[in-house]
Design a binder for this molecule. Structure first.
Ligand code: CA
Length: 698
């Protein structure tokens, strides 16, 4: 058993000798006998977080702290995509499987990068507006000769692993609501399990398990209750409904679980991390009261039924978009002299949690970042001790961390050899929360129920209410923490000038790999944090790296491509505009002549006349913020992943009404907004964009 050996290694600090024995043994996930092959080896990468434990740790040592500077390019593959690459590639039987924006899947020869097949689920691109945070995809699942992908439009699709041909497809969501799938499916106990996103726009989140061979639904876990008048699906929902007030079901309630999922095959429990409320504001969602189960929680589900075994809510009555969808991982730790089977998570809210994964008992919860919304987690109740001004209603509360969280989706890794969790964190400034006056649910736009960005004129809560940040981190925009989950302190820390850096991989070669949003791919010594290798690949690396071995040679692979929520809202640390994505693969003795990816040049600007009327521009600014900014960036300044409207060909403005109100560019992902905007409103948006173009030319 891999887990046991890792555990002993962690206890005794026995160095890689016992880990080396693992090469060639079956990983835990293959034990139910229906894995892709009986010969599945530990030197492959078979599921999202490497194995069921999802620690993203590899026992391989060929590439190590002594020779990592000999890494060069084995091969690279241009993904022909220009939006975010967030995926974890999987490797099995000499093939590497990865995904790109709009949920397409490609299979390459893992030795050479040669294309074996390429599958496009043909998503209707006009639904891209439903994706809060770019049309990204974080990867596939592999099982029994099949590749599973969740398409952004809500389909779960099984492909033949050899040919890429579709075997079955099932619709997992109600497409009349703004659900999306960006996360990787997991296969557990013969079932393929998938969640979804959409809480920003208004959904009722759920996680559903399907028979891996047929696609037939096995069970569904609703994260939040529906309208009690319709009856409850099961006693879990009846219990959860006691923590809700008002008419939460009208917007949906939220809780969408769009990323994290792990499995303990001995306990037969599936653990999921759940999302924020829909809308964000508890005032609007639940009459300002109640814990609102199972929002922002870690929930353990029985694998046979999908029913709740236990839950722990990290942010009761969420008001701040503090999802607990961040990566979960399991290991064994010795706490107070006792071996505990634990689950670990660093959700958005800034506390690092260690729970007993069999009972759900809270073992520790300490801040890993600066935060102002709570002064700690009560040892008695297990609940946060909120500060007086954390919640908001009709006055602005400036709260840290904001909706970006102190840690977002970028996966952490854990090395049993160092006992450290390698955690990519970010430290934003305080975020202004205030309830949107006269809020009403409207389809086709964000429904978070707060005023986004325009709160300057609103009353503010007194600053004296704030407590200083309590995290141990110096407030740099981004940092990699080597977090000790026993002492709850970072053993070392790397500060970055930008937020949104990549997920991490740690190895028994005493290495941690991480990419950065300004286009670097770096290896650190896992024990000391010493930088050992650093290359410039040109585009942002936000995806987590993987490693695998073929013919006795160890490789490191990582996807590079800028996108995601930050990109859409208008910041690009690498300074690139529409740069093509790439899958890079490195090996010892590879090509050291690394040519960074270059983006497109922005066209020269010519003046286009516009209506300088203040009222028109103000209207256009508001409507742009409501309908367009989520893809085209605040103030029309796109963050380099998609079209910067200010640079559009002047002729484009002549057909502006056709594009916005008739869907002329629907095939490219620009939805038809005809049902939401009249001609004058669309024109005010056009005048606003043109004014921003004029600003650029000043
Ligand atoms: Ca959210």
């Amino acid at each position: 058993m891999i887990k046991t050996v890792f555990f002993r290694a962690a206890i005794n600090r026995v160095m890689p000798l016992c880990l080396l024995v693992l090469a060639g043994t079956s990983p835990a996930w293959a034990q139910n006998g229906k894995a892709l092959t009986d010969a599945a080896k530990n030197n492959e990468w078979l599921t999202y977080g490497h194995d069921y434990a999802e620690t993203r740790f590899s026992a391989m040592t060929q590439i190590n702290d002594k020779n990592v500077n000999e890494l060069g390019v084995a091969w690279s593959f241009n993904t022909s995509s220009f939006r975010g690459l967030e995926g974890t590639p999987l490797v099995h039987d000499g093939v590497i499987y990865a995904t790109r924006p709009w949920s397409s899947v490609f299979a390459l020869d893992a030795r050479t990068g040669k294309v074996l097949w390429d599958y496009d689920p043909q998503v209707d691109k006009s639904m891209g507006w439903k994706a809060c945070c770019d049309v990204v995809n974080r990867g596939v699942a592999l099982y029994d000769g099949k590749v599973y992908v969740g398409a952004i439009d809500g389909r779960l699709i099984a492909l033949d692993a050899k040919t890429g041909k579709e075997l079955w497809s099932t619709l997992t969501v109600d497409q009349s609501r703004p659900y999306t799938i960006t996360g990787a499916p997991r296969v557990v106990d013969g079932k393929v399990v998938i969640g979804n996103g959409g809480s920003e726009l208004g959904v009722r989140g759920h996680v559903t398990a399907y028979d891996a061979n047929t696609g037939k639904q096995a069970w569904r876990f609703w994260v939040v209750p529906g309208n009690p008048a319709d009856g409850f699906e099961n006693p879990d929902m009846e219990m959860a409904a006691k923590t809700w007030f008002g008419k939460w079901w009208e917007v949906g309630g939220g809780g969408a679980s769009w990323d994290s999922m792990i499995y303990d095959p001995e306990a037969k429990l599936v653990y999921i991390g759940t999302g924020n409320g829909s809308p964000w504001s508890r005032e609007l969602r639940s009459a300002g009261k109640g814990d609102n189960l199972f929002l922002s929680s870690i929930v353990a589900l029985h694998v046979e039924t999908g029913r709740v075994a236990w839950y722990y809510q990290t942010t009761p009555g969420d008001d701040w978009d503090f999802t607990a969808v961040q990566g979960l991982m399991q290991t064994e730790l010795v706490i107070k002299g006792k071996v505990r089977k634990v689950i670990m998570q660093a959700p958005k809210n800034g506390f690092f949690y260690v729970l007993d994964r069999i009972t759900g008992e809270l073992l520790s919860a300490e801040p890993y970042a600066n935060l102002t919304w709570a002064t700690g987690i009560s040892k008695e109740t297990g609940k946060p001790i909120e500060t007086k001004s954390a919640r908001y209603k009709d006055a602005v509360s400036a709260v840290m961390p904001g909706p970006g969280g102190a840690h977002n989706w970028h996966p952490m890794s854990y090395s049993p050899l160092t006992g450290l969790v390698y955690l990519p964190t970010q430290q934003g400034s305080r975020f202004n929360y205030v309830v949107a006056p006269d809020y009403k649910y409207q389809p086709g736009k964000w429904n978070n129920g707060i005023v986004l960005g325009n709160s300057a004129d609103l009353p503010k809560r007194p600053q004296t209410d704030y407590v200083p940040g309590i995290g141990p981190v110096n407030p740099t925009p981004g940092a990699l923490l080597a977090w000790d989950p026993l002492t709850n302190k970072p053993r070392w820390q790397i500060d970055y000038p930008n937020a949104i850096n990549g997920g991490t991989l740690s190895t028994a070669g005493n290495l941690v790999f991480q990419g950065t949003s300004d286009g670097h791919f770096i290896a650190y010594a896992a024990d000391s944090g010493k930088k050992l290798w650093d290359i410039n690949v040109g585009t942002a690396v936000v995806a987590p790296p993987i490693t695998y071995e073929l013919d006795g040679k160890q490789y490191i692979s990582v996807l590079a491509g800028w996108g995601g929520a930050t990109a859409l809202f208008g910041v690009n640390p690498s300074g690139q505009y529409k740069a093509e994505g790439r899958l890079w693969t490195f090996m010892l003795g590879g090509d050291k002549n690394i040519v960074p990816v270059k983006g497109q040049a922005l066209p020269a600007l010519t003046a286009v006349p516009f209506n300088n009327d203040k009222a028109v521009l103000a209207k256009g600014s508001d409507l742009f913020g409501e309908r367009c900014a989520m893809c085209h960036g605040r103030n029309a300044a796109s963050g380099g992943a998609i079209k910067d409207l200010r640079y559009a060909d002047p002729a484009t403005y002549n057909i502006f009404q056709n594009i916005v109100r008739e869907g002329a560019f629907a095939g490219l992902g620009m939805p038809n907004l005809g049902q939401y905007l009249n001609e004058a409103e669309a024109d005010s948006i056009k005048q606003f964009i043109l004014s921003k173009r004029a600003d650029l030319m000043k």
